[in-house]
Design a protein around this ligand. Structure first.
Ligand code: HEC
Ligand code: HEC
Ligand code: HEC
Length: 460
């Protein structure tokens, strides 16, 4: 037994020495490779795909008892945390890499946490040395600058994972005007009682501040309503991503039996066409008249105007260092340190990826509500095992106005939501001070709509 222990210690010592030597040699990918090829080579030599893909090529000792179990466990855990397949294939094929993936890889490179020590001590060539780290971080920075340009930020914030909201985006104003009317028009519902604004009032942060929304005939839905403000920036719409565009999204509620309860769009079109004045105004903009395609297109145009730029945080990112208090800046630092900013990325601080609710700790086991169909998240659409409980990450803009939180509307305050995020998504128990700082930072995300600081009129 003793002999075996010595043998293991010797092996470990050799591995540590070889790792140190390898790090000192500081050899990286060949200089003649292109930048993309260098990045690909680093991912290859660091064994990332051994633990971050669905079908890893298992190392020879994976079948050994004990050692094998540990390896299998790491692989399962690694894959649960992060699937790197899309990033690697996009890199190889010159396709688009998600900004959440970029942020995650950047974060582990900066921390030096990947590949895990117990992996590189066995695969000693896999440790990422300083020159590889430098190459990889520069590659990410350049990729981000090219594909997610950030012209509004001050130079020192140009490589952040989050960006200021632009004052406006290109909009067809005539169409947006019709969209605005439709958004507030109860004729969009079967019994003429509910408009989009009933659940997404612009005076209450673009939400209804209810755990679940109430639709036609007082029926209650099963999932919390996200805000329409800045929804334009989301890569897909709905918690489960079932609508790719805002127009696709707008086609949903009118036919949803609980929300607006129409049997078909014809019902709506008939009502709207009977209004001679509206019909005339609509046909002036859409010559082929009132139909589902044009209605949802107009609403999409209108939603492009529902942006909330110029929050104090945005002013800070644009270079006004006085826009945030010291406490709020600390909160932002913590937001980055605890990896919040690797899922809550982009203009909307979210809305760019699907993420597992309960990465570090099972969320649904502890919750006192029975599992619902909505809890399946992305799984509702794909039925893929890995998508169970994965949700489109909600944006955090105007979060101070949009309580309650989470897809199940269970978190009444930002503080509660932040504490739960720390535990389930970042693997930390935040101290009361940390929670207060992060929450203060999140409150600085309230932006302006039509030049006025957005308010929630119901909570005044
Ligand atoms: C031996 C298996 C293994 C290898 C090899 C490996 N990882 Fe991981 N990875 C894990 C595990 C396990 C986790 C879960 C977090 C933890 O245990 O620290 C993880 C987590 C991650 C995360 C999520 C981090 C977070 O905090 O959410 C990223 C991103 C990541 N790895 C990237 C990489 C990259 C890039 C490489 C290659 C340079 C790599 N990993 C190599 C096992 C591995
Ligand atoms: C009865 C309340 C209700 C009505 C009416 C309603 N919505 Fe919603 N809206 C919701 C709920 C609840 C969700 C989340 C549903 C889900 O993700 O499955 C949602 C989701 C959305 C989203 C996606 C936001 C995101 O971040 O994913 C947008 C955009 C939106 N609604 C716009 C509209 C428009 C436009 C209309 C009118 C055509 C409308 N809603 C009518 C309750 C409502
Ligand atoms: C692994 C990705 C991930 C990380 C890391 C993460 N979040 Fe989240 N965040 C999510 C997802 C997914 C949800 C939606 C969860 C749900 O609805 O069940 C969410 C929801 C939230 C919400 C509620 C938003 C709303 O409108 O309902 C807040 C606030 C939030 N996160 C803040 C944070 C903070 C602060 C941190 C860091 C301590 C953090 N998040 C870390 C993915 C992440």
């Amino acid at each position: 037994m003793k002999k075996l222990r010595y043998f293991i210690y010797t092996l470990l010592a050799v591995a540590v020495i070889m790792t140190i030597v390898y790090k000192m040699m500081d050899c990286g990918p060949s200089a003649h490779l292109s930048d993309d090829e260098k990045m690909e080579a680093i991912i290859g030599s660091s064994g990332c795909m051994d633990c971050h893909s669905a079908n890893p090529e298992l190392p020879f000792y994976a079948s050994f008892p004990l050692a094998g179990d540990l390896v299998q466990e790491d692989i399962a855990k690694g894959y649960k945390f992060f699937d790197m397949t899309a990033m690697l294939s996009a890199l190889k094929n010159g396709e688009h890499i998600s900004e959440a993936d970029l942020a995650k890889v950047e974060k582990v490179l900066m921390k030096g946490s990947m590949p895990p020590a117990k992996y590189y001590l066995v695969h000693w060539g896999s440790v990422i040395n300083d020159s590889e780290k430098e190459i990889a971080l520069t590659w990410i920075k350049n990729y981000r600058a090219k594909h997610y340009p950030n012209p509004l930020a001050a130079p020192q914030f140009a490589n952040e994972t989050v960006r200021p909201i632009p004052d406006s985006v290109e909009v067809n104003h005539a169409k947006a005007h019709l969209g605005e009317i439709l958004f507030h028009d109860v004729r969009m519902s079967s019994d003429n009682t509910i408009s989009c604004a009933s659940c997404h009032s612009l005076n209450t942060g673009g939400v209804d501040n209810k755990q679940y929304s109430i639709g036609v005939y007082g029926q209650t839905g099963g999932v919390n309503a996200p805000t329409v403000y800045n929804a334009y920036f989301n890569f897909v719409q709905f918690w489960d991503g079932r609508a790719v565009t805002l127009a696709d999204q707008a086609a949903g509620p009118p036919l949803n039996p609980i929300e607006m309860g129409n049997d078909s769009f014809d019902e709506i079109c008939k009502k709207l066409s009977a209004d001679a004045q509206f019909n005339k105004a609509f046909t002036a903009v859409y010559p082929d008249g009132i139909n589902e395609k044009n209605i949802t297109n107009a609403i999409e145009e209108y939603e492009k105007t529902l942006l909330t730029p110029n929050s104090r945080f945005d002013k800070f990112l644009k270079g006004d260092s006085t826009a945030l208090t010291e406490n709020e800046i600390k909160g932002y630092e913590l937001f980055k340190e605890y990896s919040c900013a690797t899922c809550h990325v982009g203009e909307n601080l979210g809305g760019k990826s699907y993420e597992l609710m309960g990465v570090h700790m099972n969320y649904f086991e502890k919750r006192d509500i029975e599992l619902t169909d909505e809890d399946r998240g992305r799984h509702k659409q794909t039925s893929a095992e890995r998508d169970m409980h994965r949700f489109k990450v909600p944006g955090l803009r105007n979060i101070a106005l949009t309580a309650p939180y989470f897809h199940d509307g269970t978190q009444k305050t930002i503080e509660d939501a932040v504490q739960a995020m720390g535990e389930h998504e970042s693997g930390v128990t935040l101290t009361a001070d940390e929670n207060a700082q992060i929450t203060a930072f999140l409150r600085s995300l309230t932006g302006e709509y039509k030049g006025q600081l957005l308010k929630n009129e119901a909570s005044e």
